[in-house]
Design a protein around this ligand. Structure first.
Ligand code: DON
Length: 565
């Protein structure tokens, strides 16, 4: 049944797309194929806007800026200027890098700010309302990208988003459901009704007049408009009125950071992914390098053995994540040791094919000498051969739900990604320790994993996903789908997924996952959660085909669309 739905979906996609060329090298079900350039994102409008910029001569970085701002308008659940994100890039000459425009804790933040008098976590305040908001990084990120790599004027890149916000965006069925579900929370966080607080139906149009004004001011005044100008005033006023602690000093101090990506080899493939403050690159490296000696391709895809091996590697990687990882500007992370083959083979030494390891008996590994429901991803390849992967977020759906009414945008609730108290789970059930404790100006640990893969010095794949803690395992499964199981990009992103994160000690399966393996896994001692995660991740990816064409994988779990030319 799943296969039928997937194939149907793929055929519909291919029929709808007029940019498709004859896929001479693909004789399996596939997604949109293009010769030169492609954008795969959560909304058709955003993918088209990014592609239009490249048709006008812009490069992948220009397309990123235009796509990102178009997602702000067309995908308010996660697209943002009130949040943050990460970009991993690979230039046509093979140079790689990454940009961290992750939110930071405000100067007035304290380690115990989400604990009550008895030291218990007050779980609501880190998730809903103004106290949950971290200092946004997106506008700093986009201007940083433009300064270093942009080739078209910024004005040209922001114009399509202004036009979209002015003319309005048509609400899809999934969007209407998501907006309607969040109505109560919008009211609770804002203490009044907001622009989006209506009963929405598919086909309605949303216009954003205040956002048009904000974007026009940014177009005229540049980066400083958001961090020091009228938009900064509006943002701080709104946050403080609702009991938040962000000040103008916080905004004025914010800087995006260029960082060296995490790179490692997996079976002849060079994987380039996001370094801390994301846990993504290190965890994907740990999982793939832990399973590499077992030659996973000998087991059928999504079979009991396949799931077992991956789950045991995931369990160990997430236990390490919880203890060792945090903002590298604040904590010392033993990156090389965590990714070393020697360390990982020791970590896997007690893996037993006959019996599940219990997470309660497993903690972080020992490192000798060591001292111490919503995000969005898009992938871009340009006609020059540059590629980039961007994951950006407000954290939960619509972030803190605080809507800067006079600015026309939502603010994140990224503060919940910190560990409010050691051992206490956050909204993704992730537990953390001191490395990810709250401190003023610190960045909270992330799972976002924008990733690029090359083989023999050539670009092979660009991918990433939303999904909180499940991002890492979603990205990792798609790497295996293509490298080990030779799937097309579209087939890969459409496949059912599973996830384990140390605690809670169970394997989450998507509701579409074939239940045939559940009994054998239960017999081996694995707990199954098949009801709480209808979907795991939403992967938008691009695969370079043997003949050089690009194949888009647009995740059918959302309204995601690949557009190319
Ligand atoms: O940075 C992180 O890991 C989370 N804030 C990402 C949130 C997310 O992916 C939610 N999407 N479904």
């Amino acid at each position: 049944m799943n296969k039928v739905i997937t194939l149907l979906f793929i055929s519909v996609l291919c029929i709808q797309c007029n940019t498709q060329v004859n896929p001479d090298s693909v004789n399996k079900p596939h997604g949109v194929i293009a010769k030169k350039a492609m954008v795969v994102s959560a909304r058709q409008e955003a993918s088209k806007i990014g592609v239009d910029i490249m048709k006008q001569g812009g490069n992948a970085f220009d397309a990123m800026i235009a796509t990102d701002l178009a997602l702000l308008v067309s995908y308010p659940v996660a697209g943002n200027i009130g949040g943050g994100g990460f970009m991993v890039f690979r230039m046509k000459d093979g140079t790689t890098g990454s940009l961290d425009f992750r939110e930071k804790a405000p100067i007035e933040a304290t380690k115990d700010m989400y604990l009550d008098e008895d030291g218990n976590v007050n779980s609501d305040t880190s998730k809903l309302g103004a106290l949950a908001v971290g200092i946004p990084g997106t506008i700093a990120g986009l201007f940083e990208v433009h300064k270093k790599f942009g080739s078209l004027p910024f004005e040209k890149l922001i114009d399509p988003a202004i036009k979209l916000a002015n003319n309005g965006v048509v609400v899809t069925k999934k969007q209407a459901e998501s907006l309607n579900q969040n109505k109560q929370n919008f009211r609770k966080a804002n203490k009044r009704t907001i622009l989006l607080d209506k009963d929405w139906e598919a086909g309605d149009t949303i216009k954003y007049p205040k956002l048009v004004e904000t974007l026009k001011r940014i177009k005229t005044n540049g980066r400083d408009e958001f961090y020091k100008g009228k938009t900064a005033d509006i943002l701080v006023e709104q946050v403080q009125k609702l009991g938040g602690i962000i000040t103008k000093e916080d905004l004025a101090n914010y800087e995006a950071q260029w960082r060296d990506p995490i790179t490692f080899m997996y079976k002849g493939h060079k994987i380039i992914s996001m370094p801390p403050p994301s846990s993504g690159g290190i965890c994907i490296a740990q999982i793939l390098k832990s399973i590499a000696p077992y030659n996973i391709e000998q087991y059928a895809h999504n079979s009991t053995e396949y799931i077992q091996l991956i789950v045991e590697a995931e369990r160990r990687a997430y236990a390490d994540r919880s203890y060792f990882l945090g903002d590298p500007d604040f904590v010392n992370i033993p990156t090389d040791s965590l990714m070393s083959e020697h360390y990982l083979s020791k970590r896997m030494a007690d893996f037993d094919w006959e019996k599940a390891t219990q997470s309660s008996t497993l903690s972080r590994g020992s490192i000798p000498g060591y001292e111490s429901d919503e995000t969005t991803h898009y992938s871009i390849v340009d006609p020059f051969g540059n590629s980039l992967a961007v994951t950006t977020t407000l954290n939960a759906a619509y972030g803190s739900k605080v809507y800067v009414e006079n600015g026309g945008f939502f603010l994140n609730n990224e503060m919940d990604d910190f560990s409010a108290k050691p051992g206490e789970p956050n909204m993704y059930g992730l537990v953390g320790a001191d490395a990810n404790a709250i401190a003023p100006q610190k960045r909270m640990l992330s799972s976002m994993s924008p990733t690029i893969i090359e083989v023999n010095g050539q670009l092979k794949m660009v991918l990433g996903s939303p999904g909180g803690s499940t991002i890492i395992t979603s990205v990792m499964q798609n790497i295996l789908n293509v490298i080990e199981y030779d799937m097309s990009m579209q087939e890969s992103v459409s496949k059912p997924r599973f996830h384990h994160q140390w605690f809670p000690d169970n394997i989450k399966f998507e509701t579409t996952f074939d239940t045939v393996v559940f009994n054998s896994l239960k017999k081996l001692g694995y707990a199954i959660d098949h009801t709480n995660s209808p979907i795991i991740g939403k992967v938008d990816a691009i695969l370079v085909l043997p003949n050089g064409n690009l194949e888009g994988g647009a995740d059918p779990r959302g309204d995601d669309t690949a557009v190319g030319f």
